[in-house]
Design a protein around this ligand. Structure first.
Ligand code: NAD
Length: 297
């Protein structure tokens, strides 16, 4: 029997655990606050931002909503970030990517106060993660770690293959898994678009984490019996239904499920965890700023 890992249920547990931390902050007179900045008319980005705001409101985090015209000068965004860095009611600053071409994404990441960088993409926070002393773990890999833990998958000594090397998923995922820490201690192989034979690597793996943005790239044939499969991918593919599309992961679910001892579905696997870990990071940031021990779940 394959264990279907329920990301919605684990995310709900994380959110429930955060309520205690938010209550502890409340007693200290602190309400965690997340500022989201949208500089795009892309419907997907707009949806992501509104979901993040709704998630905040549901758990008692103040959501501050900023929207900039995509044609506004980059300086306007930089100045807004500077203001949010100074604002004591804001504990997390999240600038929704992608940004318009005239905005320097790296400057944006550098500009956010590292203590409010709840995405974990500021170079200082990336460095801390690599050095084994993370301040904020990036939300998606952190969510995957929580999912594995909730499924009682012990990564210590295991062969884990991460398919994808992006700065937001693949690289931080690999870094978390090699840490000498709980949820780490794995032997990690990172595959990417120039890897000669991805299947040769995934076949050796105890755990495969697919984050390549290629619909259904990882098939059952590429896996060994009993493997744990985590599918980070979210891809829209054309479908003969009302919407005209459906969401599929980076794993071919049906064939992979036949081999796997445990597998995440898409949707309902990693996605809800990414959202929950953003709340987690915001509450952590508020606790750090107020020097309150928030006992995070
Ligand atoms: P990306 O496009 O930035 O990176 C994809 C990576 O996959 C690259 O490093 C590339 O080298 C590698 N890759 C591409 N083709 C490959 C191939 N044929 N074989 C091996 N490796 C290959 O993507 P990303 O931002 O890391 O996102 C990856 C996927 O995860 C996407 O489907 C994205 O939508 C999804 N995603 C989901 C969540 C979530 O919350 N569930 C969060 C972030 C991203």
């Amino acid at each position: 029997m394959t264990d279907i890992i329920d990301g919605n249920a684990v995310a709900e547990d994380v959110r429930a655990g955060l309520t205690d931390a938010i209550d502890a902050l409340d007693e200290a007179g602190v309400t965690p606050g997340l500022a989201t900045v949208l500089m795009s008319e892309d419907p997907a980005s707009q949806t992501y931002v509104s979901m993040k705001q709704r998630d905040c409101e549901e758990v008692g985090i103040d959501a501050f909503d900023y929207e900039l015209d995509p044609d506004a000068p980059a300086e306007e965004l930089y100045e807004l970030i500077d203001d949010l860095n100074e604002d004591d009611s804001v504990h997390g600053v999240l600038v929704q990517m992608p940004l318009p071409d005239h905005v320097d994404e790296r400057e944006v990441l550098r500009r956010i106060d590292p203590a409010k960088d709840v995405d974990g993409f500021h170079p200082e926070n990336v460095g801390r993660l690599v050095a084994g002393n993370p301040r904020f773990k990036p939300c998606t890999p952190h969510g995957v770690q929580k999912l594995l833990d909730a499924t009682e998958v012990d990564t210590e000594g295991k062969d884990v293959v991460v398919v994808g090397r992006s700065n937001i998923v693949g690289k931080p995922m690999a870094n978390l898994l090699i840490q000498k820490a709980e949820g780490g201690n794995a032997t990690v192989t990172v595959c990417h678009s120039r890897t000669d034979d991805v299947a040769a690597k995934t076949k050796q793996a105890d755990v495969v984490i697919a984050a390549c943005g290629v619909p259904e790239l990882v098939t059952g044939e590429m896996l060994s019996e009993g493997v744990v499969v985590v599918d980070v991918g979210i891809n829209r593919v054309d479908a003969d239904n009302e919407k005209g599309y459906e969401l599929v992961g980076d794993v071919e679910y049906d064939s992979a499920e036949e081999k796997a001892s445990a597998i995440t579905p898409v949707p309902g696997g990693v996605g809800p965890m990414t959202r929950a870990m953003l709340l987690w990071n915001t509450v952590k940031s508020a606790g750090d700023a107020a020097d309150v021990d928030v006992n995070l779940p």
